[in-house]
Design a protein around this ligand. Structure first.
Ligand SMILES: C[S@@+](CC[C@H](N)C(=O)[O-])C[C@H]1O[C@@H](n2cnc3c(N)ncnc32)[C@H](O)[C@@H]1O
Length: 236
C-alpha cells in the first residue's frame, strides 16, 4: 500500500485537496465521547490513525490519545504532528499495555477488513482492549450509498505529482481503488491498489453484537455514517 508507506507524505495534501473536514469531525467525535463517557481527559485509541490529524485535534480538546496504525509511513508523519504514543498495530489483532476508555476507527479504516472473519477479529480486539462501559466509534462512508455508485476516477495535483485514482466496484461488496502516482519532474509512474470491503449496516451491527457490544447507534452526517456502541458493564 504505497499511499500509506512510501507515498505517505502525499496523503495529507490529497485529503486536504478533497476537502475533508477533520476539525469539524473531531468536534463531533469529541461531543459523542464527552456525552458518553462523562470524564474530563479519557484515554482513547485512534485505530488506523493514519497521519494523526483527528488525534491531534482531540489532544487539543483535552483527550489523552494513543495512535495506532499498521503502516510505518503514516505513523512517522503522525509522530511529527503529535507528541503522543504512536504504535504499529494491526487492528485485527492488537493488545495494548493498558485498557482504553474509547476507540475511534475513522475514515473507512474498518473497510480494510476483507471479510467477516477479519471484521470480527477487529471488533474482538477493540472489545478486549477497552474498559467496561467503553465506547467504540466507527466512521465510514454510508454503505447504502455504494448501491447506486458508479465506477469513477479522480485526480489531484500534489506538488510535482499527479495522483489518479480509479475506483471500481465488484458488487455487492468490494471496491477497488487503483492509484497512479505520476512524478511529472522525474517522469516516473508508480501504481498502487487498495481493495476495500463494503460491509452493510446490518453486517456491521451483527458483528458488533456478536463481539459483545451493546447500545449500537447509527448517525448519518451527509454521506458519512457514524456507528457508536458500548462495551457492556458486568455486574459483579
Ligand atoms: C483511509 S486511511 C484513514 C486514516 C485516518 N484515520 C484518517 O482519518 O485520515 C486508512 C488507514 O488505515 C490503516 N490501516 C489499514 N489496514 C490496517 C490494519 N490492518 N491495522 C491498522 N491500520 C490499518 C492505513 O495504514 C491507513 O492509515
Amino acid at each position: 500500500m504505497k499511499l500509506y508507506t512510501t507515498k505517505a507524505k502525499l496523503y495529507d495534501k490529497m485529503i486536504q485537496a478533497a476537502g475533508k473536514n477533520y476539525k469539524g469531525e473531531s468536534a463531533l467525535i469529541a461531543g459523542i465521547l464527552h456525552k458518553s463517557l462523562k470524564e474530563k481527559n479519557p484515554l482513547i485509541l485512534d485505530l488506523g490513525c493514519g497521519t494523526g490529524t483527528h488525534a491531534a485535534e482531540l489532544v487539543k480538546q483535552g483527550f489523552n490519545v494513543i495512535c495506532g496504525d499498521l503502516n510505518k509511513g503514516m505513523l512517522a508523519i503522525a509522530r511529527k504532528k503529535i507528541k503522543t504514543e504512536c504504535l504499529r498495530i494491526d487492528m485485527k489483532q492488537f493488545s495494548l499495555k493498558q485498557k482504553v476508555k474509547a476507540i475511534i476507527c475513522l475514515y473507512n479504516t474498518i473497510m480494510y477488513n476483507q471479510n467477516t472473519k477479519e471484521l470480527l477479529s477487529t471488533f474482538s480486539s477493540c472489545y478486549n482492549n477497552m474498559e467496561q462501559g467503553g465506547i467504540l466509534i466507527l466512521q465510514l462512508t454510508n454503505p447504502a450509498l455504494f448501491k447506486k455508485s458508479k465506477d469513477a476516477s479522480f485526480s489531484w495535483r500534489v506538488g510535482s505529482n499527479e495522483v489518479i485514482v480509479h475506483s471500481t466496484f465488484t458488487r455487492p461488496s468490494k471496491i477497488m481503488h487503483h492509484f497512479s502516482f505520476i512524478d511529472l519532474e522525474k517522469k516516473k509512474e508508480e501504481s498502487d491498489w487498495h481493495e476495500m470491503r463494503i460491509f452493510s449496516t446490518a453486517e456491521l451491527k451483527g458483528a458488533l453484537k456478536k463481539c459483545g457490544f451493546k447500545s449500537i447507534k447509527l448517525m448519518k452526517e451527509k454521506a458519512t455514517l457514524y456507528i457508536t456502541c458500548r462495551k457492556r458493564i458486568r455486574c459483579s
